[in-house]
Design a protein around this ligand. Structure first.
Ligand code: GLV
Length: 312
């Protein structure tokens, strides 16, 4: 049966995704799924943070397409059986947005644009010392498609950039690479601006903690655009209070929306955005999922399949 279920929590969002699929390929039946939907028998589901009930109920699903890069919310191996093929969006217009977001964070840390903006209402013409890039080594944690684009964009601007991945990677672009636990300390010690684009897994949860932050160069800056659960919030606040960090740009949080009472809202040096660093663009993602479906229907294996052991 050529039927796609759309399981996305926000109803307006779900409708927009459904419209895109229908417009781009009318040969597919597209149905929005909610927890009240009776059994549909669909073979394919397109999801973003779906409730476990979807998988408990839709036992005929043959594959799941996640509308984003991070698959941590799916519960692969618990909510979904480990054998269920799960495909994630590969780029989908996200990598370039994330590179821009990282650049914004780097500029917040290095250039004095915020200071100049504060000077303007006072009609104050005052220059500040220029940036010496060599004083701002950047370290990118995570080196998949997104991490590579982030690292290479910043590298082109002349910052010293290194990247760290959980596992050894061969990189053709000249970015200085670190890998695994053994090289983590050395990576941190050469880093002043730490950028996180890691997937959230059992290995990476809480990775931005006191030990990590203490190992960075002093007066550092953290940019987190991966998942809130990568960070131990108290440790980040302590590092800001002690001056170990001069600031942080945070897009993701343990609880989203970030609760109004959370100290991040008012912590000096913290810049907050509401999980918008890399938004899945509808046209790109719909096209990509339809292409993957076409490959599946030909009995072949599309790219972007999540490895349940690695959790990404
Ligand atoms: C967004 O957070 C994503 O995982 O794509």
């Amino acid at each position: 049966m050529k039927k796609i279920l759309i399981a996305v929590q926000n109803p307006d969002d779900a409708q927009e995704w459904a419209d895109h699929f229908k417009q781009q390929d009318p040969s597919w039946q597209v149905q929005i799924w909610t927890p009240d939907t009776p059994f549909t028998g669909a073979h394919y589901a397109v999801v973003w943070q779906p409730p476990a009930r979807l998988f408990a109920q839709e036992k005929d699903l043959k594959a799941v397409f996640n509308l984003g890069a991070g698959v941590d919310a799916l519960g692969i191996g618990s909510v979904i059986p480990a054998e269920m093929p799960v495909y994630r969006i590969e780029d989908g217009g996200m990598a370039v947005q994330m590179a821009e977001y990282a650049l914004h964070g780097v500029l917040l840390a290095t250039r004095r644009f915020t200071t100049y903006a504060q000077q303007q209402p006072k009609k104050e013409w005052r220059t500040h010392a220029p940036v010496l890039r060599s004083e701002w080594p950047i370290g990118v944690m995570g080196y998949g498609q997104i991490g590579a684009q982030v690292a290479n964009t910043l590298d082109q601007l002349g910052y010293p950039v290194a990247a760290w991945a959980r596992r050894e990677r061969s990189d053709q672009t000249g970015i200085e690479m670190y890998a695994g636990d053994a090289q983590f300390q050395a990576f941190l010690q050469r880093t002043r601006i730490l950028i996180n684009v890691l997937p959230l897994t059992d290995e990476t949860r809480g990775i931005i903690n006191k030990n990590t932050l203490d190992a960075l160069q002093q007066d550092g800056f953290v940019i987190n655009m991966a998942r809130g659960a990568h960070v131990i919030d108290e440790d980040l606040l302590a590092a800001l209070d002690s001056g170990q960090l001069r600031g942080a740009l945070l897009d993701v949080f343990h609880t989203e929306p970030l609760p109004v009472e959370h100290p991040f809202w008012t912590e000096p040096g913290v810049h907050i955005t509401p999980h918008i660093a890399g938004v899945s663009l509808r046209h790109e993602c719909t096209t990509q999922i339809l292409e993957k479906l076409a490959v599946l229907l030909q009995g072949q294996e599309p790219t972007g399949r999540v490895n349940p052991q690695q959790q990404y």
